[in-house]
Design a protein around this ligand. Structure first.
Ligand SMILES: Nc1ncnc2c1ncn2[C@@H]1O[C@H](COP(=O)(O)OP(=O)(O)O)[C@@H](O)[C@H]1O
Ligand SMILES: [Mg+2]
Length: 507
């Protein structure tokens, strides 16, 4: 008779139920075979499990053992199958009661000494277990993560196989883990440190308020990176629903330190040498990329033209759809990727094109070549583009009286609350920012007056705005009205939104 242990396979952030079936044959050569589309890590599982069981004082019978991972046509990736396989074997040899496993799902990686190692994906697995009225068995370090799935769910977070034998046999119980919040060092970099740059500060505030994409263009040392690094200090914390999504992605990527969750918005700043797989996900193992790790937060691309053009263009699809699709020969995986793009660049290779009194050695080609590395369709997705000129030394020496982040954050929070409320009233509880609203919805909520419509029409004709650009201008205008506390979108909002769009520092 085969023993059965329930576990999961990850498809994006979704945890799909998988059954681990273990059968010890009556005869045959003493080998352990794993079937059911296992990848290399899963195949190696057999060796780890055998060693871990031996280290725990449990030896396997010298018979042929078959482990089947069902459904057989679903690819299985990762090292979290160690524990369910080990539990199946332990039940088969009578080390633990067989019925102890029926109400639980198990996942975890094993060390050769029988210890359970921290494992990726425990949070989505625990949520899936909860939804199916099951408990969860996981490694002790991942326990706090599982505790976020709910108060009622039964969690067995064990340190080793031996601790599990003791718990399931009722000799010595493992204590229930508690959900933990990650305590981040207080005091993010503050906007008060940025002198001058009023236009850039305003643009940063608007971008934060509506979740809009932002591009800053200016000479080296103007403070572009400095401004971008201060964006987290003016963004509101994640709401509970966003927090869960963000944490599930971090869990799958194995980036939840100590199983503790944080409500701070993600801020990802990949280096410009990043590959396409690192940015949009995929690679040898299907793993969320930077765009997904930046979900509900910020993806900061510094020195934008230094990124490989094809890598930048691969961002176009997630920028539009809010998710990435990784297609494989035998599977297709979707990860959420609704991020806010913030980019910074110099206007040309030497960095000073457009600065009064400077002429590039290579003339106009210097700026044209550099800016040409960024494609038009990519640029079309950036709602706010601003020039960030160098600050004069006089500005730096003068008294520092910049507004601190806390004051800006309060205005941003007010504007975001207005958006959330409005979308909720219209029956869209999952939309929190103007940037995330679809075309029909934004047309309905922006609804510009006649005067503004005329202005939009003129601009559209003169600058041949694309349909996408039209909607994006409406979104920024709606955010400007929200920041100003205005009920309706009026001409000044449209004019300011257009000024961000048409500021073609990049041609
Ligand atoms: N507006 C500013 N206010 C205060 N310091 C600034 C400002 N702009 C630049 N700096 C100083 O110059 C340094 C470099 O700025 P940075 O943001 O890296 O420039 P960029 O990214 O535009 O090349 C900062 O660390 C800061 O010391
Ligand atoms: Mg910089």
């Amino acid at each position: 008779m085969a023993t059965r242990v329930q576990t999961v396979a990850f498809q994006g952030i979704e945890a799909v139920p998988v059954d681990v079936q273990v059968q010890i044959a009556t005869g045959g050569l003493p080998i352990l075979v794993i079937v059911g589309l296992p990848d290399k890590a899963v195949k190696e599982s057999g060796e780890r499990v055998r060693a871990a069981l031996t280290a725990s004082g449990l030896s396997l019978p010298a018979r042929r053992i078959i482990v089947n991972l069902a459904p057989a046509d679903l690819p299985k990736e990762g090292s979290h199958y160690d524990l369910p396989i080990a539990l199946g074997l332990m039940a088969a040899i009578g080390a633990i009661p067989n019925d102890a496993l029926s109400g639980h799902m198990a996942l975890g990686e094993l060390g050769l000494d029988g210890r359970l190692a921290p494992t990726a994906g425990v949070l989505p697995a625990a949520i899936a277990a909860h939804a199916r009225d099951l408990g969860i068995i996981c490694p002790e370090p991942s326990g706090p993560e599982a505790a976020w799935a709910g108060e009622e769910i039964d969690i067995i977070a064990a340190e080793s196989l031996l601790a599990l034998v003791n718990h399931l046999g009722g000799y010595q119980l493992c204590s229930r883990p508690v959900a933990r919040r990650r305590l981040l060092p207080a005091g993010l970099p503050d906007l008060a440190e940025v002198r001058g740059q009023d236009v850039a500060r305003r643009a940063l505030e608007v971008a934060a308020a509506g979740g809009h994409n932002l591009l800053m263009i200016g000479p080296p040392g103007a403070g572009k990176s400095m401004l971008a690094l201060r964006l987290p200090s003016i963004l509101p914390p994640l709401n509970p629903r966003e927090l869960l999504d963000v944490s599930m992605i971090q869990s799958i990527a194995g980036e939840l330190a100590d199983g503790a969750l944080s409500d701070r918005r993600p801020f990802r700043a990949p280096h410009h040498s990043a590959s396409m797989a690192a940015l949009v996900g995929g690679g040898l193992k299907v793993r969320p990329g930077e765009v997904s790790l930046a979900h509900n937060g910020i993806l900061f691309l510094d020195e934008l033209p230094e990124f490989t053009p094809s890598v930048l263009d691969s961002l176009r699809q997630p920028l539009e759809a809010g998710e990435t699709v990784i297609a494989r020969a035998n599977t297709r995986v979707t990860f959420p990727a609704r991020f806010q793009l913030v980019a910074a660049m110099n206007p040309c290779k030497c960095g000073l094109a457009g600065t009064p009194g400077h002429t590039c050695k290579r003339g106009d080609a210097c700026a044209a070549d550099y800016q040409g590395r960024i494609s038009g369709p990519f640029l079309d997705r950036i709602d706010i583009r601003i020039d960030v000129p160098a600050v004069s030394v006089a500005d730096m020496i003068g008294p520092a009286s910049s507004e601190p982040s806390a004051a800006v954050a309060a205005r941003v929070a007010g504007a975001r609350e207005r958006q959330r409320q409005r979308f909720l009233e219209r029956g869209h509880p999952g939309i929190f920012t103007n940037a995330a609203a679809g075309p029909t919805l934004i047309e309905a909520v922006a609804n510009p007056d006649q005067e503004s419509q005329n202005l939009l029409l003129q601009a559209a004709e003169r600058f041949s705005l694309s349909a996408r650009a039209y909607h994006r201008v409406l979104k920024v205008a709606r955010t400007l009205a929200d920041l100003g506390g205005a009920e309706k979108v009026a001409r000044p909002h449209i004019a300011e939104a257009l000024s961000y769009r048409l500021n073609l520092g990049v041609s």
